[in-house]
Write a protein that binds this ligand. Structure first.
Ligand code: ZN
Length: 273
Protein backbone atom coordinates (compact mmCIF):
# COMPACT_ATOMS: atom_id res chain seq x y z
CA UNK A 1 0.00 0.00 0.00
CA UNK A 2 1.43 3.39 -0.95
CA UNK A 3 2.55 5.55 1.95
CA UNK A 4 2.61 9.33 2.12
CA UNK A 5 6.11 9.64 0.69
CA UNK A 6 5.16 7.59 -2.39
CA UNK A 7 2.15 9.79 -3.06
CA UNK A 8 4.18 12.97 -2.47
CA UNK A 9 6.76 11.88 -5.05
CA UNK A 10 4.09 10.79 -7.55
CA UNK A 11 2.39 14.18 -7.29
CA UNK A 12 5.67 16.02 -7.70
CA UNK A 13 6.31 14.08 -10.92
CA UNK A 14 2.75 14.64 -12.14
CA UNK A 15 3.08 18.34 -11.39
CA UNK A 16 6.34 18.58 -13.32
CA UNK A 17 4.75 16.89 -16.34
CA UNK A 18 1.35 18.59 -16.33
CA UNK A 19 1.36 21.98 -14.54
CA UNK A 20 0.94 24.99 -16.78
CA UNK A 21 0.25 22.86 -19.85
CA UNK A 22 -2.94 22.26 -21.82
CA UNK A 23 -4.27 18.72 -22.13
CA UNK A 24 -4.37 17.43 -25.69
CA UNK A 25 -6.15 14.27 -24.60
CA UNK A 26 -8.08 13.48 -21.45
CA UNK A 27 -9.94 10.29 -20.63
CA UNK A 28 -11.61 9.47 -17.34
CA UNK A 29 -12.50 5.83 -17.59
CA UNK A 30 -14.98 5.55 -14.76
CA UNK A 31 -18.72 5.36 -15.46
CA UNK A 32 -19.73 8.52 -13.58
CA UNK A 33 -17.13 10.60 -15.49
CA UNK A 34 -17.44 8.94 -18.89
CA UNK A 35 -18.79 12.12 -20.47
CA UNK A 36 -16.32 14.48 -18.75
CA UNK A 37 -13.63 15.60 -21.17
CA UNK A 38 -11.01 18.16 -20.13
CA UNK A 39 -9.17 18.13 -23.44
CA UNK A 40 -8.08 21.71 -24.10
CA UNK A 41 -8.05 22.61 -20.41
CA UNK A 42 -4.87 23.72 -18.64
CA UNK A 43 -3.67 21.87 -15.54
CA UNK A 44 -2.79 24.40 -12.83
CA UNK A 45 -1.02 22.06 -10.43
CA UNK A 46 -0.97 18.61 -8.87
CA UNK A 47 -0.62 18.39 -5.09
CA UNK A 48 -0.81 15.66 -2.49
CA UNK A 49 -2.87 15.86 0.66
CA UNK A 50 -1.82 12.93 2.82
CA UNK A 51 -2.34 9.96 0.54
CA UNK A 52 -4.81 11.78 -1.71
CA UNK A 53 -3.94 13.37 -5.03
CA UNK A 54 -5.52 16.62 -6.21
CA UNK A 55 -5.13 17.66 -9.85
CA UNK A 56 -6.34 21.25 -10.13
CA UNK A 57 -7.49 22.62 -13.48
CA UNK A 58 -7.70 26.21 -14.72
CA UNK A 59 -11.47 25.87 -15.16
CA UNK A 60 -12.12 25.63 -11.41
CA UNK A 61 -12.37 21.86 -11.14
CA UNK A 62 -10.19 19.39 -9.24
CA UNK A 63 -9.69 15.73 -10.03
CA UNK A 64 -9.52 13.85 -6.73
CA UNK A 65 -7.85 10.43 -6.79
CA UNK A 66 -6.65 7.93 -4.20
CA UNK A 67 -4.42 4.90 -4.72
CA UNK A 68 -5.72 2.76 -1.82
CA UNK A 69 -4.06 -0.66 -1.95
CA UNK A 70 -2.50 -1.07 -5.39
CA UNK A 71 -3.23 2.00 -7.51
CA UNK A 72 -0.38 3.92 -9.11
CA UNK A 73 0.51 6.86 -11.34
CA UNK A 74 3.02 6.69 -14.15
CA UNK A 75 4.39 9.53 -16.26
CA UNK A 76 5.73 8.73 -19.74
CA UNK A 77 7.43 11.02 -22.24
CA UNK A 78 5.45 11.21 -25.50
CA UNK A 79 6.08 8.15 -27.62
CA UNK A 80 7.22 5.94 -24.75
CA UNK A 81 5.40 2.65 -24.16
CA UNK A 82 3.04 2.57 -21.17
CA UNK A 83 4.03 -0.21 -18.83
CA UNK A 84 2.01 0.26 -15.65
CA UNK A 85 -0.48 -2.51 -16.38
CA UNK A 86 -3.02 -3.70 -18.96
CA UNK A 87 -5.08 -1.01 -20.68
CA UNK A 88 -8.29 -2.05 -18.90
CA UNK A 89 -6.71 -1.04 -15.58
CA UNK A 90 -6.28 2.57 -16.73
CA UNK A 91 -8.71 4.93 -14.99
CA UNK A 92 -7.25 8.32 -15.86
CA UNK A 93 -5.33 9.49 -18.89
CA UNK A 94 -4.01 13.05 -19.11
CA UNK A 95 -1.82 13.80 -22.12
CA UNK A 96 -0.10 16.97 -23.29
CA UNK A 97 2.44 17.69 -26.01
CA UNK A 98 5.37 16.35 -23.96
CA UNK A 99 4.06 13.65 -21.67
CA UNK A 100 1.30 11.26 -20.70
CA UNK A 101 0.14 10.80 -17.11
CA UNK A 102 -1.56 7.46 -16.64
CA UNK A 103 -3.48 6.49 -13.51
CA UNK A 104 -3.77 2.74 -13.02
CA UNK A 105 -6.27 0.91 -10.77
CA UNK A 106 -7.46 4.08 -9.02
CA UNK A 107 -10.38 3.09 -6.78
CA UNK A 108 -11.23 6.73 -6.15
CA UNK A 109 -11.61 8.97 -9.20
CA UNK A 110 -13.97 11.91 -8.88
CA UNK A 111 -14.34 15.56 -9.82
CA UNK A 112 -15.01 18.29 -7.26
CA UNK A 113 -15.02 22.04 -7.54
CA UNK A 114 -11.61 23.31 -6.45
CA UNK A 115 -13.23 25.62 -3.89
CA UNK A 116 -15.03 22.58 -2.44
CA UNK A 117 -12.01 20.27 -2.02
CA UNK A 118 -12.71 20.20 1.69
CA UNK A 119 -15.69 17.98 0.96
CA UNK A 120 -13.28 15.18 0.02
CA UNK A 121 -10.11 15.94 2.02
CA UNK A 122 -11.31 18.31 4.75
CA UNK A 123 -11.45 15.53 7.35
CA UNK A 124 -7.75 14.73 6.96
CA UNK A 125 -5.38 15.65 9.76
CA UNK A 126 -2.13 17.61 9.36
CA UNK A 127 -0.09 16.29 6.44
CA UNK A 128 3.35 15.07 7.54
CA UNK A 129 4.79 16.15 4.18
CA UNK A 130 2.50 19.12 3.63
CA UNK A 131 3.57 22.78 3.61
CA UNK A 132 1.19 23.36 6.51
CA UNK A 133 2.39 20.51 8.76
CA UNK A 134 1.29 21.19 12.34
CA UNK A 135 2.75 18.78 14.89
CA UNK A 136 0.81 20.27 17.81
CA UNK A 137 -2.50 19.79 16.03
CA UNK A 138 -1.60 16.20 15.10
CA UNK A 139 -0.70 15.48 18.73
CA UNK A 140 -3.90 17.08 19.95
CA UNK A 141 -5.94 14.83 17.66
CA UNK A 142 -4.04 11.67 18.62
CA UNK A 143 -4.33 12.41 22.35
CA UNK A 144 -8.09 12.97 22.09
CA UNK A 145 -8.48 9.18 22.46
CA UNK A 146 -5.93 8.09 25.12
CA UNK A 147 -7.32 4.53 25.35
CA UNK A 148 -6.79 3.80 21.69
CA UNK A 149 -3.65 1.94 20.67
CA UNK A 150 -0.88 4.11 19.24
CA UNK A 151 -0.71 1.69 16.30
CA UNK A 152 -4.28 2.50 15.29
CA UNK A 153 -3.91 6.21 16.04
CA UNK A 154 -0.91 6.59 13.73
CA UNK A 155 -2.74 4.97 10.80
CA UNK A 156 -5.85 7.13 11.24
CA UNK A 157 -5.49 9.79 8.55
CA UNK A 158 -7.91 12.04 10.49
CA UNK A 159 -5.17 12.37 13.15
CA UNK A 160 -2.25 12.93 10.83
CA UNK A 161 -1.85 12.10 7.17
CA UNK A 162 0.80 10.04 5.43
CA UNK A 163 1.61 7.03 7.62
CA UNK A 164 0.85 3.51 6.38
CA UNK A 165 1.77 0.14 7.83
CA UNK A 166 5.44 0.45 6.82
CA UNK A 167 6.21 3.73 8.57
CA UNK A 168 4.02 2.77 11.51
CA UNK A 169 6.03 -0.42 12.09
CA UNK A 170 9.40 1.26 11.65
CA UNK A 171 8.58 4.36 13.70
CA UNK A 172 7.34 2.33 16.66
CA UNK A 173 10.36 0.02 16.52
CA UNK A 174 12.77 2.95 16.51
CA UNK A 175 10.99 4.47 19.52
CA UNK A 176 10.76 1.15 21.38
CA UNK A 177 6.96 1.32 21.55
CA UNK A 178 4.69 -1.73 21.17
CA UNK A 179 1.96 -1.09 18.55
CA UNK A 180 -0.80 -1.95 21.05
CA UNK A 181 0.37 0.57 23.66
CA UNK A 182 -2.52 2.89 24.54
CA UNK A 183 -1.85 6.44 23.40
CA UNK A 184 -2.04 7.65 27.00
CA UNK A 185 0.80 5.30 28.02
CA UNK A 186 3.26 6.30 25.29
CA UNK A 187 6.09 8.05 27.09
CA UNK A 188 7.17 10.52 24.44
CA UNK A 189 4.47 10.89 21.82
CA UNK A 190 6.00 14.04 20.27
CA UNK A 191 9.14 12.04 19.51
CA UNK A 192 7.10 9.25 17.93
CA UNK A 193 5.43 11.74 15.60
CA UNK A 194 8.71 13.52 14.89
CA UNK A 195 10.32 10.17 14.04
CA UNK A 196 7.55 9.32 11.57
CA UNK A 197 8.01 12.67 9.86
CA UNK A 198 11.76 12.17 9.72
CA UNK A 199 11.39 8.78 8.03
CA UNK A 200 8.93 10.13 5.46
CA UNK A 201 11.12 13.17 4.74
CA UNK A 202 14.19 10.96 4.34
CA UNK A 203 12.46 8.85 1.69
CA UNK A 204 10.23 11.30 -0.15
CA UNK A 205 12.59 12.02 -3.03
CA UNK A 206 13.24 8.42 -3.98
CA UNK A 207 11.26 5.29 -4.77
CA UNK A 208 13.22 3.42 -2.10
CA UNK A 209 11.84 3.26 1.41
CA UNK A 210 14.84 2.67 3.63
CA UNK A 211 14.37 3.13 7.34
CA UNK A 212 17.56 1.58 8.63
CA UNK A 213 19.69 4.32 7.09
CA UNK A 214 21.89 1.63 5.61
CA UNK A 215 20.80 -0.55 2.72
CA UNK A 216 23.50 -3.13 3.49
CA UNK A 217 21.90 -3.69 6.87
CA UNK A 218 18.59 -4.29 5.07
CA UNK A 219 15.85 -1.81 4.17
CA UNK A 220 13.65 -2.23 7.24
CA UNK A 221 13.92 -3.04 10.93
CA UNK A 222 10.73 -5.05 11.42
CA UNK A 223 8.32 -4.35 8.55
CA UNK A 224 7.51 -7.54 6.62
CA UNK A 225 10.17 -9.45 8.59
CA UNK A 226 8.03 -11.79 10.74
CA UNK A 227 9.92 -14.77 12.12
CA UNK A 228 13.29 -13.19 11.31
CA UNK A 229 15.80 -11.99 13.87
CA UNK A 230 15.65 -8.43 15.21
CA UNK A 231 18.61 -6.52 13.79
CA UNK A 232 19.32 -5.10 17.26
CA UNK A 233 18.76 -7.93 19.70
CA UNK A 234 18.20 -11.12 17.71
CA UNK A 235 14.72 -11.78 19.09
CA UNK A 236 12.20 -13.21 16.62
CA UNK A 237 10.02 -10.50 15.11
CA UNK A 238 6.31 -10.97 15.56
CA UNK A 239 3.30 -9.95 13.52
CA UNK A 240 -0.45 -9.76 13.87
CA UNK A 241 -3.43 -8.07 12.31
CA UNK A 242 -5.32 -5.69 14.53
CA UNK A 243 -7.57 -2.68 14.38
CA UNK A 244 -11.26 -2.02 13.96
CA UNK A 245 -13.26 -4.94 12.54
CA UNK A 246 -13.14 -4.99 8.77
CA UNK A 247 -10.11 -2.71 8.51
CA UNK A 248 -7.55 -4.70 10.47
CA UNK A 249 -4.00 -3.98 9.35
CA UNK A 250 -0.81 -5.92 9.84
CA UNK A 251 1.71 -4.82 12.44
CA UNK A 252 5.25 -6.00 13.15
CA UNK A 253 7.32 -5.62 16.30
CA UNK A 254 10.24 -7.01 18.26
CA UNK A 255 8.94 -8.36 21.59
CA UNK A 256 12.20 -7.44 23.33
CA UNK A 257 12.84 -3.96 21.90
CA UNK A 258 9.12 -3.05 22.04
CA UNK A 259 7.74 -4.47 25.29
CA UNK A 260 4.03 -5.07 25.60
CA UNK A 261 2.23 -2.36 27.57
CA UNK A 262 1.98 -3.30 31.25
CA UNK A 263 3.28 -6.74 30.33
CA UNK A 264 5.89 -8.85 32.11
CA UNK A 265 8.55 -7.59 29.74
CA UNK A 266 7.90 -3.93 30.40
CA UNK A 267 10.38 -3.79 33.27
CA UNK A 268 13.20 -5.18 31.17
CA UNK A 269 15.95 -2.85 30.15
CA UNK A 270 16.08 -2.10 26.47
CA UNK A 271 19.30 -3.21 24.83
CA UNK A 272 21.81 -0.55 23.91
CA UNK A 273 22.32 0.13 20.22
ZN1 ZN B 1 14.86 -6.40 19.22
Amino acid sequence: MPEGDTVWLACRQLNAALAGRVLTRCELRVPQLATTDFTGVEVREVVSRGKHQLTRFANGWTLHTHLRMDGGWRVYPTGRKWTGGPAWQIRVLMVNAEAAAVGYRLPVTEMVRTDAEDSVVGHIGPDLLGPDWDADEALRRIRADPERSVGEALLDQRNLAGIGTLYRAETLFLQGVHPRTPVGQVKDLPRVVARAKMLLEANKNTHDQITTGNRRLGSHWVFERPGQDCRRCGTRIETEEFGPAGVERRSYWCPHCQPEPDGPRSARTRPAL
